[in-house]
Design a protein around this ligand. Sequence first.
Ligand code: SAM
Length: 278
Amino acid sequence: MLSYRHAFHAGNHADVLKHIVLVELLHYLTAKDKRLWYIDTHAGAGQYRIDNTSSNRESSEGIERLWNATDLPEAVQRYLDRVRLRNPDGTLSRYPGSPLLANDSVRVGDRLWLSELHPADHALLNEQFKHDGHVKVQKSDGFAALRSLLPPEPRRALIMIDPSYEVKSDYVQLIDSLVDARRRFATGVYAIWYPLLVRREAEKLGQQLIKAAGPRWLDVAMSVKKPSGERAGLYGSGMFVINPPHTLPATLANLMPGLTKLLAQDAAASFKLNYELS
Ligand code: SAM
């Protein structure tokens, strides 16, 4: 069952947080003169229309709030510059997904491996990268693909795991595949997006991630509004990073207060930043 289409949500508050962290991780990892793999288990379509003709208005409470903001922290500006790269005329009409943001961040010699299961989004993703020899696009289950890919050669990789959580099994598979992945490749950097929802599986996930993570992890979560009732929907999201760069806690501590203010939908908006870097 694949009913989720990221096009309806592209550029929303959750994408903004996810992609700021992603661009920052890639900025750090590409500073070192060693080849890097970027593995995206749930890649989506690659790029999305967010203009008046699209059915997505969630970007109005996400990227559109940042578009004309000034005096942004360096990491937020870096992310915004990546989005601007895809909107060269200065009008925000396209939103780059994680594969495109990654491809705009890597260097010659780095490689991308992208998995997307939805036939229509896979076709769009494939079209996007059909001339890029360093990018491999597969119509495969991202969790299963991880098992066959790890450890990568060379052993230096950022693994982005961004399921749609439309089925309960996504929560179970996520933890199982992290445990397996770390067994194969303990030094990889893993970035996991998760939703803040009034749902038992979502509420339990934080502790399960910490248990699966090993000794070095960082968890940043932002709620943009007060959750109300059982069917409240997405009231925020988080990024959980295994083996984060040592600079990431300070970067996020600096940017999260302002970002939360920019993306707040009511007075209950807040953020949490926890980490263990032993
Ligand atoms: N990572 C993308 C980004 O940041 O631009 C967004 C990805 S979206 C949240 C999740 C995607 O995973 C959807 O496009 C969905 O079709 C795809 N998907 C769902 N289950 C999958 C699976 N088992 N393996 C690979 N892709 C899957």
